[in-house]
Every structure is written in structure tokens, then in C-alpha cells.
Write a protein that binds this ligand. Structure first.
Ligand code: NDP
Ligand code: 8X3
Length: 249
């Protein structure tokens, strides 16, 4: 049985991916900060496959390394890493951006992804087997008004996706990214700091992507034959043409 480690499994894209992978008989290491959410998901999914919960903040590199190093024996051979944890914090022009928001986005979306990858990659190199899926964004392909630092963090993910693919090529490790457009999750609630009304408006007047849509793409990527690596895939709702063009009712 294959093993997947998914960061940000407590909601949205990560949780949908955990559910789908469990149905496909892939055992899971589910990560996040919210203990109750993760415990609930473990209880749901361990009827299908073995599930191990790791609770850490991806910003804390010591916690990341310690938790991944001390995985129980049966979860140590990680075949698939889904680098998904991340969020936008705020949507402000550069001149009035909040520096705590900037720190959060760069520390979580970029450095957190690096720390988790650094903890997982040595085992993949040793086994000459592994698949890393980085969750980027359309915000990693273009920049939109007030998106400044979030877009920078996702452009960094795009660069790291390419860099990892080059450096890990000699070890036969697959690396690829999914870059979603507007996807209805808790993303906008986090961006707007719990303002649910404002968050809801982001998805009004058109059909946004669902977390399940992205989970299905991730599963498609990891279920390709050994010689096929999907390097970079951008997906948007049909109503969206780019970050600023959305056909709303
Ligand atoms: P959610 O807010 O629903 O999920 C975010 C997940 O990341 C949660 O499980 C959260 O867990 C985890 N997370 C956030 N901060 C940390 C942290 N410091 N340490 C550990 N885990 C953390 O949003 P999405 O599912 O939409 O987001 C998942 C990924 O998809 C992100 O990388 C996002 O940038 C990307 N994305 C989202 C799009 C969208 O429109 N929704 C479009 C393009 C990309 P917890 O709070 O429990 O720690
Ligand atoms: C999330 C999509 O358009 O809010 O990455 O940046 S968007």
C-alpha cells in the first residue's frame, strides 16, 4: 500500500484529497494545526486505510523535522507528498499591506513548503521513488491588483516546483504542480480574517471550482504510469478566464 503525506488536510483541497486517496487505498499522514478537525478526519478515513495524524505549524521547522523524523515505522516510507498547506492573508495594496500578513504568506506558503519537502525528500532519494505535488495557484502564473505578496509567494512555489523537478530528476522522483483558480474552500475566510460575508461574495454569481475537483486532478497525476509526469497544470472554473476576468451573472 502506498503512503501519502498531505499538508493542510484539515480543510478544503487537502481534506478532499485525503478523502479521495483513502478511497483509492492509499494510506495517509494528515497534517495541519487544528487537532479536532484532524482527529475527526482520521476517525472517518481509518475505516478505509491506516491514517496517522501529525499536528504542526509548517512555519516551525524544528516541529516539522521532529514530527516527520519520528513517524511510526509503518508510515515512514512516504511515496507521495502533497505540499498543500497555505493561504492568502489580506488583499491590500502594497503601500498599506500588513507586515504580519506578508510574514504569514511567505513563511507558510514558501518556507513551510520547503521545510516539509526537506524532511521528506531524503527518504525518497534513498528509495529512488517518490512523487511531490506542489499546490501553486493561478496567482503563481499572473499577478492581480492587491494580490502582491500572495502572488509572490505562489510565484515562488512555481519556481520551487521547477527547481525541485530539475534537482530531483537524477533520483527518479516526480515533481509537478497543480495551479488552481477560484476554488470554494475556507481560503477566502482566512484571507478576509473570518469575514464570512466578504468571503461568500468571492464565489457569488458563477460556479467556482470545488475542492473535490482539485483532489481528482491530484489523483489523476499520481495515478499516471511510471514514465509519465504531469509537470504543471493550471485549472480554472469555466467562468474564469484569468485572475481578473470572471463571467458573473
Ligand atoms: P483552506 O483554508 O480551506 O485550507 C488551508 C489548509 O492549510 C488548512 O488545512 C490549514 O490547516 C492549512 N494551513 C494553513 N496555515 C498553516 C500552517 N501555518 N501550518 C500548517 N498548516 C497550515 O484553503 P484551500 O484548501 O483553498 O488551500 C489549500 C492550498 O490551495 C493553499 O496552498 C492555497 O494557496 C491553494 N489555492 C487555493 C485556491 C482557492 O481559490 N481556494 C486557489 C489556488 C490555490 P490548519 O488551519 O488546521 O493548520
Ligand atoms: C487562490 C486563487 O485568485 O484568490 O490562489 O489568488 S486567487
Amino acid at each position: 500500500m502506498k503512503t501519502a503525506l498531505i499538508t493542510g488536510a484539515s480543510s478544503g483541497i487537502g481534506r478532499a484529497t485525503a478523502r479521495l486517496l483513502a478511497r483509492e487505498e492509499i494510506q495517509l499522514i494528515i497534517c495541519g494545526r487544528r487537532k479536532d478537525r484532524l482527529a475527526e478526519l482520521r476517525d472517518e478515513l481509518q475505516k478505509l486505510v491506516p491514517v496517522h495524524v501529525l499536528r504542526f505549524d509548517v512555519r516551525d521547522k524544528n516541529e516539522v523535522f521532529k514530527n516527520i523524523k519520528h513517524l511510526p515505522e509503518e508510515f515512514q516510507k512516504i511515496d507521495i507528498l502533497v505540499n498543500n498547506a497555505g493561504n492568502a492573508h489580506g488583499l491590500d495594496p502594497i503601500e498599506s499591506g500588513n507586515t504580519d500578513d506578508w510574514d504569514a504568506m511567505l513563511d507558510i506558503n514558501v518556507k513551510g513548503l520547503l521545510y516539509v519537502s526537506k524532511a521528506v525528500i531524503p527518504g525518497m532519494i534513498e528509495r529512488k521513488n517518490g512523487h511531490i505535488i506542489n499546490i501553486g495557484s493561478t496567482a503563481g502564473k499572473e499577478v492581480y491588483p492587491n494580490g502582491n505578496v500572495y502572488c509572490a509567494s505562489k510565484h515562488a512555489v512555481d519556481a520551487l516546483n521547477q527547481g525541485m523537478r530539475i534537482d530531483l530528476n537524477k533520483y527518479k522522483i516526480k515533481v509537478g504542480a497543480v495551479n488552481p483558480g477560484l476554488t470554494q474552500t475556507e481560503f477566502s475566510e482566512v484571507r478576509f480574517k473570518g469575514n464570512t460575508e466578504k468571503a461568500k461574495k468571492v464565489y457569488e454569481g458563477y460556479k467556482a471550482l470545488e475542492a473535490q475537483d482539485i483532489a481528482e486532478i491530484i489523483y489523476f497525476m499520481i495515478s499516471r504510469p511510471i514514465h509519465v509526469n504531469i509537470a504543471d497544470l493550471t485549472v480554472m472554473p469555466t467562468a474564469q478566464a484569468n485572475s481578473t476576468t470572471v463571467n458573473k451573472d
